[in-house]
Design a binder for this molecule. Structure first.
Ligand code: FAD
Length: 499
């Protein structure tokens, strides 16, 4: 016999809170259970977080969201990769394209063939073999094909969207499906004397909100998991020293590029996220290496279009809570941790947290085994992402500022050092269970940051070189033709939105 959770209380109505509420409304609302969400308009949300990675489409699909409606409601555009400017060295740029490249001949990763033949004049840049990179080059977009033989099969897309519009869209859906929103500022927490579990929230106006299970989506303040339960924060700023950001919207620019741009500066980097109605921009930097004024001026000097508001400052420390589930509290989003926005993984970690939570959803006995498994899986996810982000800073030839010299000289986690070492030898990618980023992602960024292996997988030698080179030439040419024939990204969206 199980003793089911009867009342779920979600604390916070930012992206994390409304993603959790929309998913709970869809999957946990059995008619017996109440789902409450408490938020405070006076406190507000961080309101940034506009670039995603392809699994976001699984989340939207899981909720039964119609893509055309979603595009209309959130000002969204498609994102086929991230363009990195001035990272590996000043004056260089590379794309981290989504999807897999070319074709894994004989079951061996495509980049191994590219490594062997890259000096042949008939062979192009690694990214010439991604359909998504071809689409970004031609500013086009097209739907992904379900047919593995089609060049469009690897048209893996994510979205850029307006974070505030996405949260309100999910809110409308969640409320329509029975989630009860409570407006109010939480000023206190009541705990159960025996178990130590959270029993109720006390609001500023004196109301109490009681529940069995609490999902802490309160943002950086981490109201329940951090402040109330006292779960410590693992500080990763020795590897990821960027701790400040300014965000500013600017006017829309054309053509509408189907990619995020991340431009490295002397003390951090700047994002550019094209939406239908505006461009999202921001600078992320290390306060140990530059002051607020310098960062703000650099951001504004590097906008492609007129700013539409005053830059807004945000502060953070890269890291994660030691545990993301404690007692009857699970933290999602910024309340659990944050690894800075390069590679746009934060919303994905919310999605992963929701998926794993539903897989291990507790009853009122709160089994320690389920809790521990959740914590193990989620901390692993954060560490995988952490290593991927550190790679971008560590693998640089830049020595022009103290920031980049510090980055190049820093000690990195063993897990990443071993990964780089293995790649340097024969281009092999060491992957872990459930590693978010695949072989192609790691290969694209390692190569983009100029980590070029000394050799390649010897199994590649078993395949006829002329056949492979001819196939690679064909792939690059077909992808380029396909991309040229795609509608411009802006037209593609306009057509979908008009449906
Ligand atoms: P918040 O948006 O801060 O929401 C917290 C909620 O809790 C609010 O509703 C607030 O009112 C409520 N609350 C807090 N205290 C109380 C209280 N006492 N009483 C009642 N309610 C309370 N992620 C990406 O995936 N892609 C990106 O491109 C990206 N860019 C980013 C850039 C920057 C500079 C930063 C800082 C983050 C970025 N992120 C990005 C992360 C992303 O913004 C967050 O993951 C996402 O917005 C989720 O935030 P949240 O819901 O956890 O917190």
């Amino acid at each position: 016999m199980t003793d089911p959770i009867r009342t779920i209380v979600i604390v916070g109505g930012g992206t994390a809170g409304w993603m959790a509420a929309a998913a709970a409304a869809r999957f946990l609302n059995d008619g017996q259970r109440r789902i409450l969400l408490v938020e405070s308009d006076a406190i507000g949300t961080v309101g940034v977080g506009e670039a995603t990675i392809p699994p976001i489409r699984d989340f939207n699909n899981m909720l039964g969201i119609d893509e055309a409606e979603f595009l209309r409601e959130t000002g969204a555009t498609f994102k086929l990769g991230i363009e990195f400017v001035d990272w590996g060295a000043l004056g260089e740029r590379y794309l981290h394209p989504f999807g897999d490249p070319g074709h894994n001949f004989e079951g061996i990763a495509f980049h191994q063939y590219w490594l062997k033949h890259r000096h042949d004049p008939r062979i192009g840049a690694f990214t010439d073999y991604f359909i998504t990179a071809a689409a970004v080059r031609h500013r086009g977009c097209a739907p992904q094909s379900g047919d593995p033989r089609s060049p469009l099969h690897q048209m893996a897309a994510a979205y850029h969207f307006d974070a505030a519009l996405y949260a309100s869209y999910l809110r409308r859906r969640a409320e329509a499906q029975g989630v009860e929103r409570i407006e109010g500022r939480i000023t206190g927490v009541a705990r159960d004397g025996g178990s130590g579990h959270v029993a109720a929230l006390r609001l500023a106006d004196g109301r109490d909100v009681a529940g069995d299970f609490f999902i802490d989506c309160s943002g950086f303040v981490s109201l329940l998991l951090g402040k109330e339960m006292g779960v410590a924060y693992r500080d990763w700023s020795r590897w990821l020293p960027c701790d400040r950001a300014f965000a500013v919207p600017s006017a829309r620019t054309d053509p509408l590029i189907p990619a995020t741009r991340a431009t490295a500066h002397g003390f951090g980097w700047q994002w550019r996220i094209p939406l239908q109605h505006r461009t999202g921009n921001g600078i992320v930097w290390s306060s140990a290496h530059a002051g607020d004024d310098e960062a703000r001026d650099t951001l504004l000097a590097n906008l492609d279009s007129e700013e539409l508001a005053e830059p807004r400052q945000l502060r953070f420390t890269a890291g994660v809570r030691e545990r993301l589930w404690e007692g009857n509290v699970v933290a999602l989003g910024l309340a659990g941790g944050f690894i800075e926005p390069l590679e746009s993984t934060s919303i994905h970690l919310i999605q992963t947290g929701i998926n794993k939570l539903f897989w291990l959803f507790p009853d009122r006995s709160f089994s320690a085994v389920e809790r521990d498994e959740y914590n193990r899986l989620m901390i692993d996810q954060y560490e995988y992402v952490r290593d991927f982000i550190i790679l971008h800073y560590k693998a640089t030839a830049r020595t022009d500022t103290s920031f980049w010299r510090d980055m190049a000289a820093m000690e990195i986690p063993d897990s990443l050092a071993q990964k780089i070492e293995l790649f340097r030898t024969k281009g092999r990618i060491r992957r872990f269970d459930h590693d978010l980023f695949g072989v192609a992602n790691w290969a694209a960024v390692m190569l983009g940051q100029n980590i070029v292996p000394d050799g390649y997988d010897p199994l590649v030698d078993a395949t006829d070189d002329d056949r492979i080179i001819a196939a690679m030439e064909r792939i690059a040419s077909v992808f380029d033709q396909q991309a040229r024939a795609m509608p411009p990204h802006a037209d593609y969206i306009a057509r979908l939105v008009a449906r």
